[in-house]
Design a protein around this ligand. Structure first.
Ligand code: TYD
Length: 133
């Protein structure tokens, strides 16, 4: 089973520009409790390098591009997000890394829970031990 679970997002653009709409239980399969944005990326920095115990997320690259690596402890897969019509669902207990942000990248993230540092698994070894149980 692939870790790359994509949601097709309808582009509602016209001659004025683009628009996407994201709604809980419609094109987003969870209640959205939080949104955040990653942008103004400098120095070719990578981000992420963690998994979550409970959190589910939907990532949408609204502008520009970035590469997401997903890893469940057995399989490691990557995908380039480069259009707003492509949403990437990330389940809990999935290690994620974000690389190769273009300077203009705006990555929108919808999350199923409020921010909680206790939900993070930031140590890869600890993640692998949890994944093998
Ligand atoms: P961090 O976890 O390093 O981001 P990434 O997963 O992209 O590598 O988060 C950077 C800082 O922002 C850190 O101090 C935690 C804080 N933060 C919040 O306060 N709320 C949030 O929703 C997120 C994602 C991060």
């Amino acid at each position: 089973m692939s870790l790359i679970n994509l949601v097709k997002i309808q582009l509602l653009g016209d001659e004025r520009g683009q628009l996407i709409s994201l709604e809980s239980q419609k094109n987003v399969p969870f209640e959205i409790k939080r949104t955040y944005c990653i942008f103004a990326n400098e120095n070719n920095s990578s981000r992420g390098f963690h998994a979550h115990k409970k959190l589910e997320q939907l990532l949408v690259c609204v502008t520009g591009s970035c590469k997401i690596i997903l890893d469940n402890g057995v399989v490691r897969e990557s995908i380039v997000l480069d259009c707003a019509s492509k949403g990437l669902l990330i389940n809990n207990h999935t290690w994620r890394e974000m690389h190769d942000f273009s300077k203009d990248c705006v990555l929108l993230v919808l999350a199923s829970e409020h921010y909680d540092e206790n939900d993070y698994i930031r140590n890869y070894q600890e993640f692998l031990e949890g994944a093998s149980k």
